[in-house]
Design a protein around this ligand. Structure first.
Ligand code: NAP
Length: 289
């Protein structure tokens, strides 16, 4: 955790989020509520940055004295080339979602996967060591989540994806980085994998609004007593989670991932614990506006 370095203590700590589009982002509501609850004189702004202005915007972090920013679609990969230091989390995932400005030195982190795992442990499955984990999907969200899950030393992680080659490629890349027992296959392996999985994690978009009746896998394949987690938070409870809950499974939705990726970023910028429940409440309130 880096220390806050704002020498002009009477000025607000400046934070924000780069994205295109950005008006829909829930991050300003979440972080401004967190700053107020933590008693920090600070301001978190939505910053509309078009791709051709990304380099200038990154220079602007230093020029304007921003303590840091979040980075969202479509800049998470491209922004890496403008930073001074890339943390391991971001290098392995290949994307940055948080930048910290230490007196002009910009460091890029990725808090998505770490935030997801912190949320999973706090809200549903406290201990991941030794567990058999099945992950549905092999895109960017899967990569971040699997990186952070692997640090918890599960017995194995089995990636299942509609496009088998993508699952195999992701698994072999993560194995190459020494991240443990990770395999990838197509959905035809789902029955065998789910028969023994302790935790099932959906990282695909199947079931996300407006396609709320979709499921990424047949819920009847889920083992009784397994925990089921979905990265989707719109809706808060997907059909997969509803069906799993009715089968007696512990369920975990995607809102916590969003909240905790923000909490980990907040802690990088300010060096103090994030008020997680305030942040969760602020996001839920912003859904109702
Ligand atoms: P991505 O890179 O485009 O990857 C999408 C993945 O989902 C691929 O594996 C794709 O399979 C699979 N997929 C998409 N539609 C599917 C369908 N109808 N049936 C089965 N598989 C399907 O996207 P991403 O960035 O990884 O994001 C995936 C999801 O994660 C999003 O829906 C989002 O809700 C969620 N997410 C949540 C948070 C959070 O804070 N809670 C953060 C980031 C992402 P193929 O390879 O076969 O195309």
């Amino acid at each position: 955790m880096s220390e806050q370095k704002n020498t002009y203590t009477s000025l607000p700590v400046l934070l924000g989020v780069f994205g295109d589009p950005i008006a829909h982002s829930k991050s300003p509501a979440m972080h401004n509520a967190a700053l107020a609850t933590a008693g920090v004189n600070g301001l978190y702004m939505p910053l509309h940055v078009r791709p051709e202005q990304l380099e200038a915007a990154v220079k602007g972090i230093v020029a304007l004295g921003y303590r840091g920013v979040n980075v969202t679609i479509p800049h998470k990969e491209e922004v890496m080339k403008y930073l001074d230091v890339i943390d391991d989390s971001a290098r392995l995932i290949g994307a940055v979602n948080t930048i910290v400005n230490d007196n002009g030195k910009l460091t890029g982190y990725n808090t998505d996967g770490i935030g997801y795992v912190r949320s999973l442990k706090e809200e549903a499955v406290p201990e991941l060591a030794g567990k058999k984990i099945a992950v549905l999907g092999a895109g960017g969200a899967a990569r971040g989540a699997i990186y952070a899950l692997a640090l918890e030393k599960p017995e194995r992680i089995s990636i299942l994806n509609r496009t088998a080659e993508r699952a195999e490629a992701l698994a072999s890349d993560l194995r190459r980085h020494g991240l443990g027992n990770i395999t990838g296959s197509g959905m035809e392996e789902a029955a065998a994998v789910l028969a023994s999985a302790d935790i099932l994690i959906n990282t695909t978009a199947a079931g996300m609004h407006p396609h709320i009746d979709d499921v990424p896998v047949n819920p009847e394949l889920i083992r009784e007593g397994a925990a089921v987690s979905d990265l989707i938070y719109n809706p808060l409870e997907t059909r997969l989670l509803r069906e799993a809950r009715l089968r007696g499974c512990v369920v975990h939705g995607g809102l916590g991932m969003f909240v905790y990726q923000g909490a980990v970023a907040f802690e990088h910028w300010l060096g103090i614990p994030a008020p997680v429940e305030t942040m969760r409440r602020a996001v839920l309130d912003s859904f109702n506006k």
